[in-house]
Design a protein around this ligand. Structure first.
Ligand code: HEC
Length: 618
């Protein structure tokens, strides 16, 4: 009711990697045995494509390297793989491919299996032996093909109504689409499958849900499909979940009892990172939804650790951000997603248990902006109350960083555009009980709002005259009950657009909350001068006058507001209060009863009934 509601935005694990050690031991043993035992012929023979290499390539490469996939060429037949045998041996050995950036010993993560040393050796030896095919009858069949839905037939498919035409421009394009989700009642979602519509140019997609019309309006304002710019803050991850898509990734469905609610009237917000191909390309993504029949029994929580006050000097080769949070209740870790832009080099996430031992949950030593994966643990990790989750990201803003998008390097600030920097490690956790979840959700909301505010203050350092930034950060301050800070930003907003009625209204309302009633009245009167039918401003002015004890003026103001909208709940409530304060009991009772006949929300109705009893008391 105050100002447009704004919600803050946006987002032991170490499994001993026995595979490696066991293989190494076996190799040693075999070397010893080889001294005096003749090896069976099959162990001496070079690996073949059919028996040894195809199972690895079909599982770990073909999901991307197939026709229509994001990989630059298919790796689905002997001929295709043989043609690049040496290159394949090189890029797998250097761990450039498959592009799972996390250290091999961590996780394991669903669908993201780094190759084992044994598998690397197999590919190496096969390539050195001249890439023999072996017996084609032994070749396994390829996993199901791309155009089909890997998660099965979706319960609902939505698509961008009109294809976006991507011209062969020289640099990357970021485009945001609001897609109507046609559900008529609250529906529970276990997951989505994203089909890019043109895998050649869609590099990755950020996906959110907007329950307001904000994104839709921005999309409609641009004559072409979608729009370029920032996502509104109301485009959020569904509570407790993160959504996103990178090539080759199909996030598995969550357990039915973890599904997230989708409200009718919501839009799916899809931000595409597009890499022009040199030709004119048409892009039209489709998203499949998978529903759960029942409402969730467990609601996960997302914790975002990170910094929004990033400020990196030009040339700084080693800039570090850190953040940490100690769990107030027992939780179970389900998934993680790191996010940073081009200059980040190393990413680390750890858990320090109450016994003092520290485990690495996430470590990427060679961060690559192109691979923004969600890392979902195959086995959720219990984290007892008192566990300290921590993140540490390192950035290189020197000219030596080949990924630095600005050469020579300049000053870098926190921001959502890819030339700015970000640094967030998202954790998806689930509490054991609803009571525990409420405890942690409230704490996390405070923590993340405080960090969001730092982000706004950083952007305001760069752009001190951005009215929307001032308004948005003021609303966040109000959420933290930091009214004085909110007032300061609304004042800045008034200075920047002195003719705006809304700016005066926001300021007046915040001043009321700060207890500065006289100043509030001045601002609200100014708002009404500028916009005489401003019902909310008249309502708040009436309330302020009432607080001041000026009941006559309050009644006049509220009566005028009621004339403008005879069924406004707030106005009726405040008018009844004003009548009661002035001693007009009958009018107070009649007004309150009129409000009750309008069937206001239950919480308000309760309050009105209690006030009615007091009005009637002699
Ligand atoms: C998640 C999707 C994905 C997976 C899985 C994947 N690749 Fe790739 N691969 C790509 C993309 C995209 C490129 C092109 C961009 C690049 O070179 O970084 C690429 C490039 C390559 C290249 C060309 C490198 C160069 O320098 O020209 C080779 C070779 C390759 N992949 C082999 C493999 C092999 C072998 C596997 C499996 C062991 C594999 N890829 C798994 C997406 C994937």
């Amino acid at each position: 009711m105050l100002v447009a509601a704004v919600t803050p935005s946006n987002r032991s694990a170490r499994q001993p990697h026995t595979g490696v050690c066991r293989t190494a031991r076996r190799a040693l043993l075999m070397a010893l045995l080889a001294l005096w035992l003749p090896l069976p012929a099959s162990a001496q023979a070079a690996p073949t494509f059919s028996r040894d290499v195809a199972p690895i390539v079909f599982r770990s490469c073909a999901p991307c390297h197939r026709s229509g996939g994001p990989g630059p060429f298919p790796l689905t037949t002997y001929a295709e793989v043989r043609q690049r045998a040496t290159l394949i041996a090189t890029v797998t050995r250097s761990r450039y491919m498959p592009p799972w950036k996390v250290d091999a010993g961590l996780g394991p993560f669903v669908g993201q299996h780094p190759l084992t040393s044994a598998e690397l050796d197999t590919i190496d030896r096969w390539s050195h032996a001249g890439a023999p095919e072996g017996d084609p009858h032994e070749t396994p069949s390829l996993p199901p093909q791309p155009d089909g839905w890997l998660l099965g037939t979706p319960d609902l498919q939505v698509t961008v109504p009109e294809a976006f035409v991507l011209d062969p421009v020289p640099s990357d394009v970021f485009r945001i689409f609001a897609i109507r989700i046609p559900v008529t009642k609250r529906t529970y979602v276990r997951g989505i499958e994203f089909h890019p519509g043109n895998a050649r140019v869609v590099h990755h997609a950020n996906i959110r849900v907007d329950r307001t019309s904000n994104t839709r309006l921005l999309d409609a304002a641009d004559p072409l499909p979608g729009y370029e710019g920032l996502m509104p803050r109301s485009a959020e991850y569904p509570s407790g979940h993160f959504l996103g898509w990178t090539p080759g990734q199909v996030a598995p469905l969550v357990e039915p009892d973890l599904a997230w609610p989708l409200e009718p009237g919501s839009d799916l917000v899809v931000q595409l990172h597009l890499q022009p191909s040199g030709a004119v390309e048409r892009v039209q993504p489709t998203i499949g939804f998978y529903f759960s029949d029942e409402p969730p029994r467990r609601i996960p929580t997302v914790l975002r650790l990170g910094s929004q006050s990033i400020a990196i000097a030009p040339g700084d080769p080693h800039y570090v951000i850190r953040d940490a949070y100690t769990l107030p209740v027992d939780m179970t870790l389900l998934a993680m997603q790191p996010h940073a832009h081009y200059r980040a080099r190393e990413i680390r996430g750890t858990a320090t248990l109450p016994d003092g031992s520290t485990t690495t949950l996430m470590h990427i030593s060679d961060w690559d902006f192109r691979w923004q994966h969600v890392y979902r643990l195959e086995k959720p990790v219990p984290l007892p109350k008192g566990t300290r989750l921590a993140m540490e990201f390192t950035y290189d803003n020197s000219a030596d960083n080949v990924r630095n998008p600005v050469q020579p390097p300049g000053q870098v600030w926190w921001g959502q555009r890819s030339r700015d920097e970000m640094g967030d490690l998202w954790f998806q956790l689930v509490a054991n009980t609803d009571a525990d979840r409420r405890v942690i959700d409230a704490e996390i909301l405070q923590k993340m709002t405080a960090e969001d505010i730092r982000g706004y203050e950083t952007m305001l350092t760069v752009d001190p005259n951005d009215v929307e930034l001032h308004d948005d950060v003021a609303v966040l301050y109000l959420g933290l009950h930091r009214v004085t800070d909110a007032v300061a930003h609304f004042q800045a907003s008034v200075r920047l657009r002195p003719a705006s009625a809304t700016a005066q209204f926001n300021l007046g309302t915040a001043l009321m909350m700060a207890g500065q009633t006289a100043d509030a009245i001045v601002a609200l009167r100014t708002a009404i001068e500028r916009k005489p039918d401003y019902i909310l401003a008249r309502n708040n002015l009436g309330r302020a006058l009432l607080v001041q004890g000026n009941t006559g003026a309050a009644i006049a103001e509220l009566q005028e507001a009621l004339r403008l909208d005879p069924s406004d709940h707030s106005v009726l409530f405040n008018l009844a209060e004003a009548y009661a304060a002035a001693g007009f009991t009958n009018l107070a009772v009649a007004t309150a009863e009129r409000l009750l006949r309008l069937q206001p929300p239950e919480a308000l109705a309760d309050q009105v009934r209690r006030r009615l009893q007091q009005y009637r008391r002699p």
